[in-house]
Ligand binder design. Structure first.
Ligand SMILES: [Fe+2]
Ligand SMILES: [Fe+2]
Length: 356
């Protein structure tokens, strides 16, 4: 039987290799950090917990989980048009985010090998998990006749430098938000199997446990270095990272609500649930969380969504670039203003803070 290979809706660098999406403020980033500073950290106050987490990583519960079964072996040409575009985009973004974790953890594992063997092994085992996740997603892309050249991505992407404590806040949150994203989709599709348009979602239940363990590692790491949590600067930065992670996800997902619709979810409700849960989880370690139940929180985010829509309309218009920039300015300004107001909303102080 001759399979029908559809012409791709995407730009390809080589046949079947998708040109990576353009980097914007809202695309997944690649990180680097000050490895020596981490090597010098004294983690002795929480070493027992980190050791226990390492034992969990070693147990490798998902060693045999990421194996493609017979359900993948069929044509996916019936997912077409806009749904196909959104679906491939979802796979690409997820794969890039997982791969970004792999690169950072791998490098941390390598650089800390001599000075901090416990941390090095934790990072190596987390990079093992992220490699599996990224590989599984990339293989899924090949079901749509595309894949990412991860070697090319490694060399061509810009790396954002973050001081170690910012890496801890950002990766902690991205692991925990990843957990809530995967588990929420999984639980929804468990209730509505008719919306499970592709088998990858079946893997999310065990998969998200990897992300949860990774998040727990950073939780333990921050408590091992209490100055990341217990002063006024920590409170300001935790607010900043919570807001950045929530706002980025909200703007991204609402721009792609068609994807969530295709699996029977309302992007808005889904995101609000994920934000509420992640905020709640973060409260177990962060000294402060956001007041996401205050109506002002979503009112302002919705204003940002509207401006974001206008910005993409302008980008897609035929107007010359300088004119586009001029048209975009008021939207950037208002979005910026709303984000500043969101940042200064009264947060919720967690009484238990560092002590648990
Ligand atoms: Fe992952
Ligand atoms: Fe992870």
């Amino acid at each position: 039987m001759v399979s029908t290979v559809k012409k791709s809706d995407f730009d390809e660098m080589r046949p079947g290799i998708k040109t990576p999406s353009k980097e914007t403020l809202l695309t997944p980033r690649f990180y680097t950090t000050d490895f020596d500073e981490i090597a010098k950290m004294d983690i002795s106050v929480n070493e027992d917990e980190l050791q226990a987490i390492l034992e969990e990583f070693r147990a490798d519960y998902n060693q045999k989980h990421f194996v493609r079964d017979a359900e993948f072996e069929q044509s996916w040409d019936h997912i077409d048009g806009e749904s196909r575009r959104l679906f491939v985009e979802f796979l690409e973004r997820s794969c890039t985010a997982e791969f970004s974790g792999f690169l950072l953890y791998k490098e941390l594992g390598r650089r800390l090998k001599k000075t901090s063997p416990l941390l090095a092994e934790c990072f190596n085992l987390m990079s093992r998990d992220e490699a599996r996740h990224a590989g599984f997603l990339n293989k899924a892309m090949s079901d749509f006749n595309l894949s990412l050249d991860l070697g090319f991505l490694t060399k061509s992407r810009k790396y954002t430098f973050f001081k170690p404590k910012f890496i801890f806040y950002a990766t902690y949150l991205s692991e925990k938000i990843g957990y809530w994203r995967y588990i929420t989709i999984y639980r929804h599709l468990e209730q509505h199997p008719e919306d499970r348009i592709y088998p990858i979602f079946r893997f999310f239940e065990n998969w998200c446990q990897d992300e949860n363990r990774h998040g727990d590692f950073f939780d333990a790491m921050m408590r091992a270095v209490p100055e990341t949590l217990n002063d006024w600067k920590a409170r300001l930065w935790c607010r900043f990272f919570l807001l950045s992670v929530f706002a980025t996800m909200y703007l991204n997902d609402l721009q792609r609500s068609g994807f969530y619709e295709a699996i029977g979810l309302n992007a808005r409700d889904y995101d609000r649930h994920v934000i509420e849960k992640t905020n709640e989880t973060a409260g177990r370690v962060f000294p402060i969380v956001l007041d996401v139940k205050n109506p002002e929180f979503y009112n302002r985010l919705e204003t940002c969504v509207q401006h974001n829509e206008k910005l993409s309309e302008i980008s897609q218009s035929n107007a010359p670039k300088p004119l586009q920039l001029l048209q975009k300015l008021p939207h950037f300004a208002s979005m910026g203003w709303n984000l500043v107001k969101l940042y200064f909303m009264k947060p919720i102080t967690m009484e238990q803070g560092v002590v648990r």
